[in-house]
Design a protein around this ligand. Structure first.
Ligand code: GDP
Length: 610
């Protein structure tokens, strides 16, 4: 049911009651006599077996297994579950959970010897298309002072590091995110991570400030990272640095020689001119931020690129954020786990360990992790596997927990506006900011000219449920797809007052609705007809309940959650239908980024309306 909450936060119990799983989930084999139990306070460690939990809580193992099942976790008596999973079933079993005092296994290695040391800056290169981002990234790579040492052919692994000798003759590493544009950057923010410390904004001296220059600036400002302007193509006779500086000043990026604060370096990426100065300025700006990280202990990092490689399997480029990542480490990356078999840089040079701000490509993973996924080192592979399984479950519950947390925050409606021209953009922004509703803040978090892009949606989802506006403009195919998989609507308008009216209504209806998904049926996959990166056409049999078009699906493989998707079409024979029931066979079009296989089970879920 779709509930609009006012001030009150729903308890986990209420949310669970709304899910109504207990009426139609066949896996429920244990009934829990809730009223006859008394509440038990227990201290539990980070990981605990079902049997130990039963012992500690004076519940039977069957009660615990049953409660776990009802929440989508399949565990036997000897399986370990972590504290967060116990928290999910705590209300149901009337348990009050406390973390076991003084047991912090993952921190043991750090304590006592914890050290915070200066770390290299992580730099992203952004700017308008064709202004020279790729050329600059290549020029910087070639500038590497020790690049001549051994190493194979350079591969694009999403990031690279150069060893730059600074003014004091110190060799200082600088890490570059090797994905031009802001896609990488915004996807990263979608996972709540700001991994970059400095943004180089490339502006072609012959072309000046363009829509994507402004957009890139908004991204950097939203992430609160300093901007350095690389005024590129100064070798061209059409170059007009003064005009561009004027345009930058209008954007609030006045360079230092125009009385502003933004460092600007004149470069020619094509002729490798000015690169030295640019790198010096990067270090100066980085030093002002005093970038530090723990250099010892178990590593934490973030995935900046991942794919499947023939003969190697899944590989991921990870940027280490703290601690030391080592060969043989058992790791978890969201729903993926593994043990690091190989660790190398973009030139194929092998590492046995890697410290903060180092990008490394790793192999030895159970699957391809998502861009922006967090990497954590675990005690052993078993723990890594268990945490990965739990992350799969969490993914499924995310929409509930995330939104219930939202109710605690100050009410605000985040708006992303894309418009056809600058003029309408300004008019919309002024009108939106004039909306006054008590206790509600209407905030334009991102604005730009042009279509709604994937990165707009990514930025939006990083901030919850944004209101996305396309004013007399469209949305790219990728953006539409991403919006659909994230259950976000792109609102199109060609009249400003309608836009304002709708936003006003949404703001009045705050807080955002809590979406409760209820299982309505299950389908077994019997045939796969077509698979693309984002879509699958398959055939299956409805084993329970019903399926309806537009419902959400959770994909189960051997009882483990693989991911989610959305039913785009339902077909009975040649005919497209809206709904089908148990016993029937049908064809389905699913929008998903997972690869569904024969024998997978699709759990069909609907958000119910209050
Ligand atoms: P991106 O789209 O921002 O990655 O731009 P590219 O790096 O692909 O560059 C676009 C075009 O501009 C290419 O033809 C480059 O050769 C050219 N270019 C890049 N930097 C310079 C420069 O400093 N001077 C000149 N004359 N051309 C450049």
């Amino acid at each position: 049911m779709l509930r609009r909450s006012n001030k009150r936060k729903f308890s986990k119990k209420e949310l669970r009651a709304q899910r109504k799983h207990d009426t139609d989930t066949p896996t429920e084999v244990v009934s829990v006599p809730a009223k006859t139990r008394s509440q038990v306070k227990i201290e539990i460690p980070r990981l605990i077996t079902v049997a130990e939990l039963a012992n500690l809580s004076s519940r039977t193992p069957a009660e615990i297994v049953g409660a776990l099942m009802r929440n989508g976790v399949l565990a036997t008596v000897n399986d370990s579950i972590d504290r967060e999973t116990v928290e999910i079933i705590a209300d149901e079993l009337d348990l009050e959970i406390h973390a076991e005092s003084q047991v912090v296994p993952s921190m043991q290695k750090i304590s006592g010897k914890a050290q915070s040391e200066t770390r290299p800056p992580v730099v992203v290169v952004m700017g308008h298309v064709d202004h020279g981002k790729t050329t600059l990234l290549d020029a910087i790579r070639k500038t590497n002072t020790v690049a001549s040492e051994a190493g194979g052919i350079t591969q694009h692994i999403g990031a690279y590091q150069v060893q730059w000798t600074d003014n004091q003759d110190q060799i200082r590493p600088i890490t570059f995110i090797d994905t031009p544009g802001h896609e990488a950057f915004s996807a990263m923010r979608a996972h709540g991570a700001t991994i970059t410390d400095v943004a180089i904004l490339v502006v072609a001296a012959d072309d000046g400030v363009k829509p994507q220059t402004k957009e890139a600036m908004s991204h950097a400002k939203a992430a609160n990272i300093p901007i350095i302007i690389a005024l590129n193509k100064i070798d061209k006779k059409e170059a007009n640095p003064d005009r561009v500086k004027g345009e930058l000043a209008e954007l609030g990026l006045a360079p230092e020689d125009w009385g502003g604060k933004t460092p600007l370096v004149r470069i020619s990426a094509k002729h490798s001119q000015g690169i030295d100065d640019l790198l010096d300025v990067v270090l100066l700006v980085a030093d002002l931020q005093d970038l530090r990280a723990q250099t010892q202990g178990q590593a934490e990092g973030i995935v900046i690129e991942a794919n499947k490689q023939q003969g190697v399997g899944p590989v991921a480029t990870v940027l280490v954020q703290s601690g030391e990542l080592k060969i043989g480490d058992a790791i978890v990356l969201g729903p993926i786990f593994g043990k690091i078999r190989v660790m190398e840089n973009e030139r194929g040079q092998r590492y046995t360990k890697a410290g903060p701000s180092t990008p490394v490509r790793i192999a030895g993973l159970s699957g391809v992790p998502a861009f922006g996924e967090h990497l954590k080192v675990c005690q052993n592979e078993k723990e890594a596997r268990q945490l990965a399984q739990k992350a799969g479950l969490k993914k499924r519950l995310k929409h509930v927990t995330h939104q219930s947390q939202e109710t605690e925050k100050e009410r605000s409606l985040a708006i992303i506006v894309k418009a056809d021209v600058d003029g309408s953009l300004k008019a919309i922004k002024t009108s939106l900011e004039a909306i006054e509703i008590p206790d509600v803040e209407v905030k334009v978090i991102l604005e730009g000219v042009g279509d709604v892009t994937e990165s707009d949606i990514n930025i939006g989802t990083s901030l919850g449920q944004p209101y996305i506006v396309a004013f007399r403009t469209g949305a790219t195919v990728a953006a539409r797809h991403l919006a659909r998989t994230n259950n976000i609507e792109i609102h199109s308008y060609d009249v400003i007052y309608r836009l304002i009216e709708d936003v006003q209504k949404s703001a009045e209806h705050l807080h955002l609705p809590i979406q409760i998904l209820t299982e309505i049926g299950r389908l077994k996959v019997l045939k796969i007809f077509r698979t693309t990166k984002t879509h699958q056409i398959l055939g299956g049999r409805i084993e329970q309940g019903r399926i309806v078009k537009s419902a959400r699906v959770t994909i189960l493989r051997e009882k483990e959650i693989l991911g989610t998707g959305i039913i785009e079409s339902v077909q009975k024979g040649q005919e497209a239908v809206a709904e089908l029931h148990a016993g029937e066979e049908c064809g389905l079009g699913i929008s998903t980024t997972e690869t569904i296989q024969i024998d997978d089970v699709l759990v069909i879920e609907l958000a119910e309306k209050a």
